[in-house]
Each structure stands twice: as structure tokens, then as C-alpha cells.
Design a protein around this ligand. Structure first.
Ligand code: MFK
Length: 550
């Protein structure tokens, strides 16, 4: 008789220990002095994802935020009750310097690569605590770049602090009921209260913000339309960026803000996302009047970079969970890992995750150089287009990759208390927030029209592919070369046909470019390292993303 059988669930992976693609990226991208600083920190973060962070993330998910609008006596209190674990995640992020790494002068131009690695380890285990950190980092960037010095000096050190007692997070209040992609319909108005204070002109903001993530943050950056003598400038040219200090009243409730309700979302359950009514909340103007969208662009670049990091992290976490399970699960007399079709499927998703990580790391490399002030014009143009390309490409990859990994668990992948379905729900937000696939494809066209950014990416791709050596597998190298040729021709043809044809083709061009750049980066890493596993990831990636089904 068969003994009673119970399937073992493998423990969650420490990506620093098992993710060979991450290891390869760090070897080719970080110089020895930076590796010495970061090595122990990566190790600590990897370990935490199997211990402290794992427990905090699970607890935060089990105990989602609640909105308590009134106290028992009818006073409006608008309390957003979050779990102790959610609060501890904030402290954990400060202690591990997740935001701070992006501003650490010891890391020089490598700061964003080091940070991307931290985010890759942290993201998938963070119960989406990465969202407030993305907006916090983005707010620090904008304040450092364009805020009046006293405001910058009061807030930026706290946004980047490693001391949990000082560390604050920021929200990002852009979206209104008229839309998240098209902010031109923003109806929040800003009325001047006091001009000429040290920290800038003070305005009172009134309107409704429809999606505000991480609403428990201590501050937020918000778009609003300045009203003068009852008149406003319509459209996005009338928008200005403001910095709001979020203040709790001693008797309860927020000063000048009401919480209408928390959003009931598909995933990201631990993250409080609310609808807010601003009722004269005080805010300081940052950036020029009427240049709100341009002022906010620096912020979008950082949050989109984080979004891509979140995607690569979720993909790697799902892949290595599926890999570990494949060694534990025996069917038809063999572990799944030893069955050719299943092994090939795992190789494909691992290569997909490696491609996403490679693109993330390329963006991180360029972003670090731009922020360090050492990027040349070509690198700046490439970064401008690669940020939307990376966000949209990895956003699409993460949903299909995580879905495939859930399938690798069979029915268990569909059962809530395995914790696996949460990965798919959380992945689905990544192609949506911070700009959908189509909006970002159009942003690539904007990058081309203004800075010739897309041309710079294609030129770099063409030159990089031409320089690859024939030591790489011939079939996949040929596929990458053919894809690049067809892509460049398709872009030229679309350009010649005019703006409508270009728009219609923008998404296909953008996604093909994203995948081709990922393949090139994997090939370059394989060449540099000369290691068989890196070569195999390149070949598997090309087969998975660039080759026709048969
Ligand atoms: C775990 C990961 C965490 C991720 C964080 C999640 C946080 C969630 C919170 C949210 O989701 S907040 C909402 C996010 N919303 C968006 O991402 C907005 C999506 N929509 C767009 O990106 C639109 O393309 C955009 C609002 C920018 C279009 O607005 P407009 O006014 O039609 O843009 P326009 O007129 O083309 O550009 C205005 C200026 O900004 C131009 O400069 P000039 O004034 O100098 O000519 C543009 O070049 C510049 N610009 C626009 N986008 C830019 C940019 N510059 C640099 N980079 C960009 N991306």
C-alpha cells in the first residue's frame, strides 16, 4: 500500500544566493570597491527575504489597511489603520537604505545599479512596500532638482534617511476622475495663500484625487491648476507641481484633507490606496508655474525605473519558487525538474527574468551616470527612451512569466493559501500604474520627437548586435540580427508613413525593441563572462521571445 502522501512546499528563495543572472550582472557592472561596500548588504537583504522580510510581508498582506472614517462619537477621524508589519516594513526599508542607496556618494555613478540589485532582492518580498519607496525616491529627486533650497533641505534628507526615526515617505497625487494617463483634465485648483516664504509660495489646494497610493505618507507631490481672480489656464499647460505636508489634526483627521474611501484592488492588498478630497490643504509650489508635467517628469522617470525593478524581482521570485518546487514534485516517476518539457519551460522563464533584469540594469547604469553628471549626450538620449521601454516591456513580461510559473505548480498555483496567486495579482498592477503599455509606447514617440531618444536606442542596438562575436550560438545570433534589421526597417517605414502610422505601430515597435535590447544585453554579458550558463540564458531568451512558435 502507498504511504500517505503530502507534498512538500519548498521554502522561498534567497535570490542573492540562487539568481545566477543577478550574480552575472553584478560581476560585469560593479567595480571592486563598490562590490566590497554592497556585498554584505546584498547578503543581508537576501537572507532577510527568507526570514524577517518574509514574515513582515506575509503579516502585512494578512492584515490589510482599513479606513475608519468616524470615531464612536461621530467625530471625523479618517484613520487609515495599517498593520504593525506595514509600519515595520517602512523601518526595515530605512535601515537597509533602499532609497538611500540611490543617493550614496560612495557608490558614485554605480549607485543606481547597486540600488537596482537591492530592489531586485527586496521587491517581491516587500508586500508592495516598494511602491511608497518608489514615490519617496522620486520625490527626493524632484526636490533636489527643482525645489527652493530651504524646502529641499528640510525634506530631502528625511526622504533618503537610513534612520527609521527620521525617515519619511512621499505620495504622488496626480490621477483624478478624468483619468490617470491624461492629466490635462486635472480640476484641483490652487489658490495663493502667501507668497515669498523661504520654502516657496504657499497655496491652498482643493479638488478630488482619485488614486493616491501609500496615503499614510508624511508628504506628497501633487498636480494642481493655479486659479487667479477666478480664472485658470485649461489643459496640461495650466498645471503646476506642489509639495503637500500631510498633517494630522490633534483631534483626529487630516488638516485640509478627507479620505473618501480606500480602493478595493485586485492585488497589492497591504498597500493603502485612497480617494482623497483636498479641501484647502496647504502646499508649496515647486517648479515653474504651468510647467507641472515637465516638473513631474523627473519623478516619473524614477518611479518607472522602480516599476521595472519590481517586475524583474517578481519574475525572479516566481521562477526560483517554480524551480525549487520542480525538485520537490515527483510525477510519472521523476521529479518535474528532470522532465525535458518542464525543464525547458523553466529555462524559458528563467531566461525571460534574466532579460528583464538586464534591461533594468542598463537603465540603472545610465540613470546613475546621468545623476552623477558624467553621461554624454548619447547616453542621455538613450536613457530618455529606455525608461519607458523598460517599464512597458518588463510590465508585459512579468504578467506572462508569473502566470507561467503559477502553472508550473499545477492546481496549487491556483489555491490562495499557498500564497502563490498573490504573485499574479500583484504582477498585474505593473503594466498599469505609472503609465500603461500604450501610454508608454507614445512616450517613446515623444522621446524621439524631442530628443531623438528612440533613434539613439536603435543605433546602439544595431552597433551592439553587429559587434557580437560568432562564439555565441549561431541560430540565436542570426535570429537577433534578423530581428534587429527588421525592427530598424519597420521603424523607418513607419516614420516615413507619418504620425498616424507611427502611433498605430508604436506598441509593436516598442516591445520588439525592448526584447531585442534585452537579448543584446544578455549576449554581451555572456561574451564578457564566457560562462556556459550565461550563454544558455541568451539562447533560451531568444528562443522564448524572438523566435516564432515553430
Ligand atoms: C513597485 C513599483 C512602484 C511604482 C510606483 C507606483 C506609484 C503609483 C502611483 C501612480 O500610479 S501615479 C499616476 C501615474 N501616472 C502616470 O504615469 C501618467 C501617465 N501619463 C503620461 O505619462 C502622459 O504621457 C503625460 C501625463 C506625461 C502626458 O501629458 P501631456 O501634458 O500630454 O504631455 P506633453 O505636453 O507631451 O509634455 C509636457 C512636457 O513634459 C514636455 O516638455 P516641454 O514642456 O518642455 O515641451 C514633455 O517633453 C515633458 N515630458 C512628458 N513626459 C516626459 C517628459 N519629459 C521627460 N520624461 C517624460 N517621461
Amino acid at each position: 500500500m502507498n504511504p500517505v502522501f503530502f507534498q512538500d512546499m519548498p521554502p522561498p528563495p534567497d535570490l542573492y544566493a540562487v539568481d545566477r543572472a543577478l550574480n552575472a550582472e553584478l560581476r560585469v557592472r560593479l567595480p571592486a570597491d563598490v562590490a566590497v561596500i554592497m556585498g554584505p548588504r546584498f547578503e543581508a537583504m537576501g537572507k532577510a527575504t527568507t526570514e524577517e522580510l518574509l514574515l513582515l510581508g506575509d503579516e502585512a498582506e494578512r492584515d490589510p489597511p482599513r479606513h475608519v472614517a468616524y470615531d464612536p462619537w461621530g467625530r471625523r477621524i479618517d484613520e487609515l489603520r495599517v498593520s504593525p508589519a506595514w509600519k515595520s516594513l517602512k523601518d526595515f526599508s530605512a535601515r537597509h537604505g533602499i532609497v538611500n542607496t540611490g543617493y550614496d556618494p560612495r557608490l558614485g555613478a554605480h549607485r543606481r545599479v547597486a540600488q537596482a540589485a537591492m530592489l531586485h532582492l527586496f521587491g517581491a518580498s516587500s508586500a508592495t512596500a516598494m511602491c511608497p519607496l518608489a514615490m519617496t525616491d522620486a520625490a527626493a529627486r524632484v526636490l533636489l532638482d527643482i525645489a527652493p533650497a530651504p524646502l529641499r533641505d528640510r525634506l530631502a534628507p528625511r526622504l533618503t534617511s537610513t534612520n527609521p526615526a527620521d525617515f519619511i515617505t512621499s505620495g504622488q497625487w496626480m490621477t483624478e476622475r478624468t483619468g490617470g494617463s491624461d492629466v490635462s483634465g486635472t480640476s484641483t485648483v490652487a489658490r495663493l495663500v502667501k507668497s515669498g516664504t523661504d520654502e516657496g509660495d504657499v497655496y491652498a489646494l482643493s479638488g478630488v484625487k482619485w488614486f493616491t497610493s501609500a496615503t499614510t505618507s508624511e508628504m506628497a507631490l501633487a498636480l494642481a491648476r493655479i486659479e487667479t481672480d477666478g480664472e485658470v489656464v485649461e489643459g496640461s499647460r495650466g498645471l503646476t507641481l506642489f509639495c503637500v505636508d500631510v498633517v494630522r489634526e490633534p483631534g483626529g483627521g487630516y488638516r485640509g484633507i478627507s479620505v473618501n474611501r480606500l480602493k478595493d484592488k485586485l492585488g497589492t492588498k497591504a498597500l493603502p490606496t485612497a480617494e482623497l478630497t483636498l479641501d484647502g490643504v496647504h502646499a508649496r509650489r515647486i517648479g515653474e508655474v504651468g510647467h507641472g508635467v515637465r516638473s513631474v517628469a523627473g519623478m516619473l522617470n524614477v518611479t518607472r525605473f522602480y516599476n521595472a525593478c519590481a517586475a524583474s524581482s517578481a519574475m525572479a521570485q516566481a521562477v526560483f519558487r517554480a524551480r525549487a518546487y520542480a525538485w520537490k514534485r515527483t510525477v510519472f516517476g521523476l521529479p518535474l525538474a528532470g522532465q525535458p518539457l518542464h525543464a525547458k519551460t523553466l529555462d524559458a522563464v528563467e531566461a525571460d527574468a534574466a532579460g528583464a533584469l538586464a534591461l533594468v540594469m542598463e537603465v540603472a547604469h545610465l540613470l546613475g551616470r546621468v545623476e552623477e553628471g558624467i553621461a554624454d549626450d548619447d547616453e542621455k538620449r538613450r536613457l530618455r527612451a529606455l525608461i519607458p521601454l523598460a517599464k512597458l516591456t518588463t510590465g508585459k513580461q512579468v504578467v506572462s512569466c508569473v502566470s507561467e510559473c503559477l502553472e508550473c505548480f499545477g492546481g496549487a498555483g491556483y489555491i490562495e493559501d499557498t500564497g502563490l496567486p498573490r504573485m499574479l495579482r500583484d504582477a498585474q498592477v505593473l503594466p498599469i500604474w505609472e503609465g500603461t503599455t500604450n501610454v508608454l509606447s507614445l512616450d517613446v514617440l515623444r522621446a524621439e520627437a524631442r530628443d531623438r531618444g528612440f533613434s539613439a536606442v536603435l543605433a546602439h542596438l544595431g552597433a551592439g548586435v553587429a559587434a557580437l562575436s560568432s562564439t555565441l550560438p549561431t541560430e540565436q545570433l542570426t535570429t537577433l540580427r534578423d530581428t534587429t534589421k527588421r525592427l530598424v526597417k519597420a521603424a523607418q517605414d513607419a516614420g516615413a508613413m507619418g504620425p498616424q502610422a507611427m502611433e498605430e505601430r508604436a506598441r509593436r515597435l516598442a516591445l520588439t525593441t525592448g526584447y531585442a535590447v534585452e537579448a543584446l544585453l544578455l549576449a554581451q554579458t555572456a561574451e564578457k563572462l564566457g560562462k556556459s550558463d550565461a550563454v544558455q540564458r541568451f539562447a533560451d531568451f531568444v528562443d522564448h521571445r524572438l523566435t516564432l512558435m515553430i
